[in-house]
Design a protein around this ligand. Structure first.
Ligand code: MG
Ligand code: ZN
Length: 542
């Protein structure tokens, strides 16, 4: 054995022993065969690549005023007691994945194509782990802070050629007989006539009894899926926190927003408000667990922190931090629920990385020279050549008062038009981020140019003009929202944050598995998301 081989074998041995030990220490020795899995909880941080997870951990452990105050994140508790692997997530035949394909691969264990829901890459329907669980008599649940019909939850209970077919996805999800479904996206469940017919509007507002939700339909037909859910499929319905809290057994469909639920900063700002109508991701997770645990056959539950990805698409680091905190609150609920159990597998992963996010070091705002006590610095001062990023940035990101999207809206209102003015944008950015930009920089954020990639009839590329992006413009695809990404370019030097794209990257993501040792050991190493799907399906049938 060469020294090198010996070294790596030794490391592998140490890792194996330490994993096993930490597992024994956590009291998670399974009884009997050691791998009888009754419940599976899969948690997906959408867009939560290693850089995003690093932001959460840096904030939690190193921010001078971290709200964690010395406590560990729930994700890191699972990581230190379970096993951690890396997982490639590419779609069939391409390099970079989208959430629909990625969630399909996690849900089915087979390769899928870009933007497909619940299909293999050839386009055939494949049973998902949720459907397997239901066939075994287990209860099932889907929880997301986006929309129920959005790509990630959809891929577990629907089968459609494209993620945008959310009306069909809603109907699929209803027939999939998922016991607990909690998210936003009411607009795909109410009839088209909700927009015009006074009698339908009256009936819906009585049924929903939550005035903060807009009754605008995106359906092209007059199906009222709420009534179908209640009358034909035995669902209890909830549209706000109070209604959700009243449910203590049986099936539950909760739709708490017209489209996406509250973003991370809006949630953080309203967390303790008694009149908050939307449940948090944490509260939806608590409800789902309370209802699902009553099934004597066990359950499968998927919980998504879905707006980490949305903040990252906008290159909005402050909001992304709050999304990560929101997700970690839900992970903490799961940790408390499972920590003394030996019959449950928890898998925490991301579908992909979004934004090519990172802290980075630069040539601006260099450090002052200072003395250090060590002997090497007896005769010289310490002054690194570059700005390696100051820790108080973590607190400043946390202190952001509104998402870029809401900053933009505020600036538009204050500017008196559809778009902000340079002055209104400059002051809204300063007021809500604490960082100053010049009037000239604000003007650059507002600039537009002809869309060089125009395509008639396309969902985003049919716009004649696009915000003006100076480099990598091909990778900024979402029309007017790109103005938000341009804000990030101006804040980069203040935040020490760089972004490489407005879409996703191929970056392998972490997968954390926690549960009986024989079941979780295969999640370490270098995997692909189809293998995570296969392993988790196998664990279900053990
Ligand atoms: Mg998602
Ligand atoms: Zn995305």
């Amino acid at each position: 054995m060469s020294l090198r081989v010996f070294f790596f074998s030794f490391i592998a041995f140490v890792l194996l022993v330490s994993c096993t030990n930490s597992h024994l220490n956590s009291g998670q020795q399974a009884q009997g065969s050691g791998n009888e899995i009754r419940n599976i909880i899969m948690m997906i941080g959408d867009g939560m690549g290693p850089g995003q997870l690093g932001l959460l951990e840096d904030y939690a452990r190193r921010a001078p005023n971290s709200v964690y105050n010395g406590k560990q994140t729930a994700i890191s508790k699972f990581a230190s007691e379970g096993v951690v692997g890396l997982s490639a997530n590419h779609p069939h035949g391409s390099l970079v994945v989208d959430s629909a394909c990625s969630a399909t691969q996690l849900a089915t264990g087979v390769a899928s194509g870009s933007e497909m829901i619940g299909l293999n890459w050839q386009g055939n329907s494949v049973e998902t782990i949720l459907e397997d669980a239901r066939a075994m008599g287990k209860a099932t649940g889907l929880v997301s802070d986006t929309r129920l019909t959005h790509a990630t939850p959809a891929a577990f209970a629907a089968h459609q050629p494209h993620r945008s077919m959310e009306n069909k996805i809603a109907a699929d999800m209803l027939s999939a007989n998922v016991d607990i479904m909690l998210s936003g996206g009411l607009r795909h469940w109410i009839p088209k006539t909700a927009d015009t017919d006074k009698a339908v509007q009256k009936q819906l507002s009585e049924l929903i009894a939550e005035p903060s939700i807009e009754l605008e339909s995106k359906r092209g037909d007059n199906r009222n899926l709420l009534l179908e859910a209640r009358d034909r499929h035995n669902y209890q319905l909830a549209f706000n926190r109070k209604q959700m809290d009243r449910v203590n057994k049986g099936k539950l469909l909760g739709l708490f927003a017209g489209s996406g639920m509250a973003d991370g900063i809006s949630y953080s700002n309203s967390k303790t408000a008694a009149d908050r109508t939307q449940p948090s991701l944490r509260e939806m997770t608590i409800t789902a667990l309370q209802l699902l645990e009553q099934d004597q056959d066990g359950f499968f539950l998927m919980i998504e922190g879905g707006q980490i990805d949305w903040a990252a698409h906008n290159n909005d680091a402050g909001t992304m931090l709050h999304e990560l905190l929101k997700f970690d609150e839900a992970v903490a609920v799961v940790y408390d629920w499972v920590k003394d159990r030996s019959d449950t597998l928890v898998v925490i992963t991301a579908d992909h990385e979004t934004g090519s996010f990172g802290f980075s070091y630069g040539r601006h705002n260099l450090y002052e020279a200072r003395k250090l006590p060590g002997e090497a610095f007896a005769g010289r001062q310490y002054r690194p050549n570059y700005n390696f990023g100051r820790l108080d940035i973590l607190d400043k990101l946390y202190a952001q008062k509104k998402s870029f999207e809401h900053i933009w809206q505020e600036a538009a209102i204050n500017g008196g038009g559809e778009f902000p003015t340079a002055a209104s944008l400059q002051s809204a950015i300063s007021a809500n981020t604490g960082f100053e930009i010049s009037l000239e920089q604000a003007q650059e954020i507002l600039e537009r140019e002809p869309n060089a990639y125009y395509e008639a009839g396309h969902s985003t590329l049919s716009a004649k003009t696009f915000p003006k992006v100076n480099d990598f413009k091909q990778f900024y695809v979402f029309g007017d929202l790109i103005h938000l990404d341009l804000i990030a370019r101006k804040l980069a030097k203040h935040q020490s944050v760089v972004w490489g794209t407005g879409t996703h990257t191929h970056t392998p993501v972490q997968v954390i598995a926690w549960g009986p040792a024989p079941v979780i050991e295969d999640y370490s190493g270098f995997l692909h998301h189809t293998e995570i799907g296969k392993l988790t399906k196998q664990a279900l049938s053990n």
